[in-house]
Design a protein around this ligand. Structure first.
Ligand code: 4NP
Length: 165
């Protein structure tokens, strides 16, 4: 398929929007910048526990150790307009996918899937929540979202905003 001209816009959604989804956001911004792809990236939580807060300090430290500064991110909750503003919404796990689907309007523009669907052989797999874990869980999370971000960039390069996962 030819690359499309309409702008790719990606929303990553986890529960709290302070661990997994801001790390995924940072990983995709880096992967897209490195690849020279223009896209808009944000993240959100299905819950509103951490609206306006920066990412968890362990998420900031893990991203920083991998060369990405996510400290300026601020928590937001998934909202009705997101279904029209974004071309792609990626859930970090199945509980959040169910939460997203429960709020999806009939005329949603966004293509909605699990993030790891982007990686061959990992369809339906979750990115585990590191919130109650330790540094190694955050590093494992970073590795997963980075691998997924690289896969997204490869697909966006060929299929543009029409990419389906
Ligand atoms: P996240 O992790 O969904 O990856 O941001 C969590 C962060 C906070 C909470 C749960 C999960 N919490 O219950 O406050």
């Amino acid at each position: 398929m030819e690359e499309q001209n309409n702008k790719i816009s990606v929303l990553f959604v986890c529960l709290g929007n302070i661990c997994r989804s801001p790390m995924a956001e940072g990983a995709l911004v880096k992967a897209a910048t490195d690849a020279g792809i223009d896209l808009h990236v944000e993240s959100a939580g299905t819950a509103g526990y951490h609206i306006g807060e920066p990412p968890d300090p362990r998420a900031i430290a893990t991203a920083r150790a991998n060369g990405v500064d996510i400290s300026a991110a601020r928590g937001q909750q998934l909202a009705p307009q997101h279904f029209h503003e974004f071309t792609h919404i990626f859930a970090l796990d199945s509980a959040n996918l169910a939460g997203i689907k429960a709020h999806t309007p009939r005329n949603a523009a966004a293509h909605i899937t699990m993030l790891l669907d982007a990686i061959d052989g990992r369809k339906g797999e979750a990115v585990p929540d590191p919130y109650y874990g330790d540094e190694s869980d955050f590093e494992a999370c970073w590795n997963m979202v980075s691998e997924a971000a690289d896969a997204l960039v490869l697909r966006f390069k060929t299929d543009g905003a029409n990419a389906k996962f």
